[in-house]
Design a protein around this ligand. Structure first.
Ligand code: GDP
Ligand code: MG
Length: 164
């Protein structure tokens, strides 16, 4: 009866990199090709003595008719339905894009707690102008993370486990 955390977001924002960082093992496929993660992948994460399952998903493209992308969307929807809390991952290098807004709206329909992660914030110190764009999603304070370096993952987990 462990709670479930789902990692969702558009392709190539770094969901699998984050997943791997959080579980501390390389179980998920990380690739430069957008949408390379085709399958849901489960792991376990422990934070401050609490344990949860965590699910990595392929990217969601809510408005695509492509068969593979629509399968990935269905898998992501399954993960969302199963989740107790959702991490929406975005890309702090590219800034906010229309797909982020579509996904945010789709997630809000689930009425589940959503933690907004702005990944690829590799620099330390002041957030970039791109970071502030994500306030427009209406999901509260975004959390700066660099999944590659591991910066911000503690802050992210604090926020996630607050809902569990
Ligand atoms: P996914 O499609 O959302 O699962 O994205 P991946 O985890 O496969 O990562 C896509 C690309 O983004 C890879 O080249 C990663 O190395 C890169 N990436 C992921 N996290 C970060 C980060 O924190 N900083 C930077 N600079 N690149 C990252
Ligand atoms: Mg992936």
């Amino acid at each position: 009866n462990k709670p479930v955390i789902a990692i969702v977001g558009r392709p190539n924002v770094g969901k699998s990199t984050l997943f791997n960082k959080l579980i501390g093992q390389r179980l998920s496929i990380v690739d430069d090709t957008p949408g390379v993660t085709r399958d849901r992948i489960y792991g376990e994460v422990e934070w401050l003595g609490k344990k949860a399952f965590i699910i990595d998903t392929g990217g969601i493209e809510p408005k695509s008719d492509d068969i593979i992308l629509s399968q990935m969307r269905r898998q992501a929807q399954l993960a969302i339905d199963t989740a107790n809390v959702i991490i929406l991952v975005t890309d702090g290098k590219t800034g906010m894009v229309a797909t982020d807004m579509d996904i945010a709206q789709m997630l809000m329909k689930s009425n589940k707690p959503i933690v907004l992660c702005v990944n690829k914030c590799d620099g330390i110190g002041e957030p970039t102008p791109e970071f502030y764009e994500f306030y427009n999603l209406g999901l509260g304070d975004p959390i700066q993370v660099s999944s590659v370096h591991g910066h911000g993952t503690g802050d992210l987990l604090d926020n996630v486990f607050e809902h569990l």
